[in-house]
Design a protein around this ligand. Structure first.
Ligand SMILES: [Zn+2]
Length: 197
């Protein structure tokens, strides 16, 4: 929705790694085993991505940074690339809702659009098929209720410290993300529009 409205590039480091995994056996195995991918690899991909033309109007980093170390290194990277101001949006949901959203998540392998087979407003028009591309939707191997607990603990341990990290910098916006997507989007639009003024 942000891409459509503002023309931002959508950058998902997870999607970038899954693309690379198609041609890189080492990364493929690491992803499959849920192993840590080194920051060198992630930052190498990200740097190239940020230099592409479609990022000139702005970009959204989705699923990144994952921990405070990455956030610090990211600040150095954008300084070096002369990218300034940024907004951090914290999509705040409780554990139950997060589990439901992840459990039903399916996505398009071609355009990476995300759907949810358990939430009516986020279902594709035809079950299992991308509305935009007409190709079959896939479920990520790590999107299931049994790995959810592990990923949530990982989030609490490594990612949640980013909330205070960005709060102290005064750039964090907490958005109650338990609402439906239209309401959440409205709140985010207001944040971005106020920022541009
Ligand atoms: Zn698609």
């Amino acid at each position: 929705m942000l891409v459509d409205k503002y023309g931002f590039a959508h950058i998902s480091t997870g999607d970038m790694l899954r693309e690379v995994a198609k041609v890189d056996e080492t990364i493929k195995l690491k992803l499959e085993n849920g192993e840590f991918i080194s920051d060198d690899i992630v930052f190498g991909l990200l740097r190239n991505r940020l230099l592409s033309d479609d990022c000139k109007k702005g970009f959204i980093l989705d699923g990144f940074p994952r921990n405070v170390n990455q956030a610090v290194e990211y600040e150095q990277l954008i300084k070096e690339l002369n990218i300034d101001s940024n907004i951090v949006i914290f999509l705040d949901v409780n554990k139950d809702i997060a589990c439901k959203r992840i459990g039903g998540r399916i996505s398009c392998p071609k355009c990476h659009r995300v759907y949810n087979e358990m939430i009516s407003e986020s279902m594709p028009k035809i079950s299992g098929i991308c509305d935009d591309c007409g190709v079959s939707l896939i479920k990520r191997s790590d999107d299931n209720v049994s790995t959810f607990g592990k990923r949530y603990d990982e989030y609490l341990k490594n990612t949640s410290p980013l909330i205070s990290f960005y709060e102290e910098k005064g750039i964090l916006h907490r958005v109650d993300s338990s609402m439906d997507k239209v309401c959440v989007f409205k709140v985010i639009e207001d944040i971005i529009d106020a920022f541009g003024k």
